[in-house]
Ligand binder design. Structure first.
Ligand code: ADP
Ligand code: MG
Length: 692
């Protein structure tokens, strides 16, 4: 094709090579073997594509100027229907001859029982027949700019046809015969042919299956061999002692009893740290399940064995809060005074001192933000790295932390975003996973309500009654980059309204958002967490990790604008003490169906896993909040992590069986698999072999 179109294909769809085009699969198919009668159309087949054959028996221009439209009446022996065009009406009018027979393709819709099709594709019956039987025709993804350059779905289809004729003889197999045979898969050539030009619905299904399987097998081979590479090394620090510090803390300072799940996870971590292998563990636990304590106990274990630890949090507020609560828990132990916090806003002198004490080994636990990654932060012997709310950290940032030693420290990654199994197997397939699946005793499930503006006064009354009981309230506003200025305006307006409704001296209201200077932020957080302020008006900066057990109400403004996992995270800020807590979702009156579904789900369940499964369904894997990196990390063309769970499980099982027998894929029969593995090698995992 010409250079211009080629450049457009590259910039719009990332199609740069013959291979890219070959793997640009249709996202839908139209069955062109079926021609409907007009009389057969009903509300049931509305909004799916149908083909009709009939004569144009009338046409007219209606309306004026820009609103002008062209309508034509199509008739067959069973009835009539209206065709409508709003654009290019003059041109279409020229194509339509009264009395002539046409083949029409489009999506019918119904108005008052009458069918019409807006912007159908039309061609004369002679032309349609001359092209022979089309079977199932693929519909290809395209863009507006490509469409106006003549590359609508049809244009891309034509390109693929030309391409296929030239290369079909050269398609080579990517899976070994023994797998193709055992699983009764289509060959790669058959699969590619049928994904573009299906000869039957059954062949199409098999083609899709084969291509999805190949893709997911590649991904699993890649991830599992990274893991196998790591576990084949014996370069993990050893923490054999459960020493004085750990015991002292456990027996004399632990403010509550550990839950069974916390105990189990501490054991799992301990066994990792005595195995001789480097630990790489993902700790999943719903908000409020007590991950911080598990992290702390692991860090004490490191200290008992002469190693330093660091704990990295995604925000300054969170880092300072961890520091405050950990220092408090450790006061009176031999670790007292040997904990420090380092963030971007730490003053120069204090920073210098902390850096020195860290390098000398005096600091046992260093808590901080991204500031911990900087090169000037040097440890004497870093043995354990804890990363809290991991999804906020870029992949390279994590990698950098673990290269602070010649020998890799143990890594504990903690996340409250419940990750659906399929996604976890793919994104974190190289990590071992622990789950805290039990909440501390005495927690009451949070009650969630969805209210609209009309009930605002009632809400205020409710907030006052909670404050009268000595409780505290969060009010959160959305803040989205694209609408930042307006969102801030909403926040300030909201703040003003709240001050009016909750006046001094009875009520004290604070504000917290990302644009405040760090010390003001810290001060605002302090006033709230010490119970001085009753209400905290904030943007979603408080989404992650903030812990004020006395806060019992979370009001989320414009809740329809938040994603499900964000809503769940926000709600997790309350319900942390023994008191009944509440989450109130305020929304506009008119909601999209998806927003309605999200808010309904929040009201119905507090189960983070259920919510994340739903989120995955509603939004698709690449976009699930908090796991956005999945988009870059795994490049899936056809398989979907939200709907192909079964194929994924199968691929994983097969991949691990193959690797067990031939972990480097060096046997001749696995030669093709070695290539497949390379192609799908995960980009976001560290090559652990490189570090040692
Ligand atoms: P998250 O898993 O969301 O990080 P945190 O570690 O912040 O949760 O813990 C939430 C709250 O529960 C904190 O106030 C913490 O002190 C408390 N907590 C943790 N473990 C227990 C436990 N075993 N029993 C009672 N309260 C606990
Ligand atoms: Mg936490």
């Amino acid at each position: 094709m010409g250079e211009k179109r080629a450049a457009l294909l590259a910039s719009e769809l990332g199609i740069r090579s013959v291979g890219d085009l070959l793997h640009h699969y249709p996202y839908r198919y139209i069955d062109r073997t079926k021609i409907y009668r007009i009389g057969e159309l009903s509300e049931d087949n509305a909004s799916s594509f149908v083909q009709l054959r009939g004569r144009i028996v009338g046409k007219a221009f209606l309306g004026e100027g820009r609103k002008q439209r062209l309508t034509a009446t199509l008739a067959d022996s069973t009835g009539q229907l209206e065709l409508v065009w709003f654009q290019q009406t003059k041109w279409v009018d020229k194509q339509l001859e009264l009395g002539r027979e046409y083949l029409v393709l489009g999506k019918p819709s119904f108005f008052g029982g009458k069918a019409n099709i807006v912007h159908p594709e039309i061609e004369t019956v002679e032309k349609f027949l001359s092209r022979g039987n089309l079977g199932m025709q693929g519909v290809y993804g395209t863009t507006e700019r490509l469409t106006s350059a003549g590359l609508a779905s049809k244009g891309i289809y034509a390109l693929v046809c030309t391409l296929w004729e030239r290369i079909k003889e050269n398609i080579t197999e990517t899976l070994p015969d023994y797998l193709v045979g055992r699983l009764d898969l289509l060959s790669r050539r058959e699969a590619l042919q049928n994904i573009h030009f299906p000869t039957s619905p059954q062949m199409l299904r098999r083609a899709i299956y084969r291509l999805k399987f190949e893709e997911l097998l590649g991904v699993q081979l890649g991830i599992l061999s990274v893991k196998a590479g790591r576990t084949s090394l014996r370069n993990g620090f050893l923490f054999p002692r459960v020493g004085e510090l750990f015991h002292d803390f456990y027996e004399n300072h632990l403010p509550f009893k550990l839950t069974g799940a916390q105990k189990r996870v501490v054991k799992e971590i301990r066994s990792d740290c005595t195995s001789g292998h480097q630990m790489n563990r993902l700790l999943q636990g719903d908000v409020g399940s007590g991950k911080t304590l598990v992290a702390l106990m692991s860090m004490l274990l490191a200290s008992d064995n002469g190693f330093q630890s660091c704990m990295m949090a995604p925000t300054e507020i969170l880092a300072r809060q961890h520091f405050a609560s950990i220092s408090k828990m450790l006061s009176g132990t031999s670790c007292q005074g040997r904990v420090a916090v380092l963030t971007g806003s730490t003053k120069t002198r204090e920073r210098r001192e902390i850096l020195e004490r860290t390098a000398s080994g005096e600091i046992l636990i260093l808590i901080g933000t991204h500031a911990l990654i900087e090169d000037r932060v040097k440890f004497q012997n870093l043995g354990l790295v804890v990363i809290d709310e991991q999804h906020r950290f870029g992949v390279e940032q994590r990698a950098k932390l673990w290269t602070k030693n010649s020998q890799p420290p143990h890594i504990l990654v903690m996340t409250a975003t419940p990750i659906p199994r399929t996604l976890a197997m793919t994104l974190y397939g190289d990590l071992d996973v622990s789950v805290i699946d039990e909440m501390p005793a005495g927690r009451k499930p949070i009650k969630t309500y969805h209210l609209k503006e009309a009930l605002r006064l009632k809400l205020n009354g409710f907030l006052k009654s909670e404050i009268a009981k000595g409780r505290q309230v969060y009010v959160v506003y959305p803040l989205i980059k694209e609408s930042e200025a307006m969102d801030y305006q909403n926040l300030y307006d909201g703040f003003d309204n709240i001050i009016k409704a909750f006046p001094l001296p009875d009520y004290r209201v604070g504000v917290l958002h990302g644009k405040m200077p760090p010390d003001e932020k810290a001060e605002s957080m302090r006033l709230f967490s010490e119970g001085v302020n009753h209400i905290l008006v904030a943007t979603s900066v408080i989404e992650v990790g903030v812990d004020v057990p006395n806060a019992t109400v979370m009001v989320i403004e414009s809740a329809e604008r938040f994603g499900l996992s964000q809503l769940h995270q926000l709600r997790g800020r309350v319900g942390r003490g023994g008191n009944q807590s509440f989450c109130v979702l305020m929304s506009g009156d008119k909601l999209s169906r998806e927003a309605e579904a999200r808010l309904e789900a929040m009201v119905e369940t507090t189960d983070g896993f259920k919510l994340s499964e739903l989120d995955l369904k509603l939004r698709g894997a690449g976009d699930v909040n908090g796991t956005r990196q999945s988009g870059e990390a795994i490049d899936l063309r056809i398989a979907s992590l939200s709907s192909d769970g079964q194929i994924l499980e199968q691929a994983r099982l097969i991949a691990s069986t193959i690797l067990e027998e031939d972990n480097s894929l060096s046997q001749p029969k696995n030669r093709l698999l070695a290539g497949l593995k390379e192609r799908y090698k995960p980009k976001n995992t560290i090559d652990y072999g490189m570090i040692s």
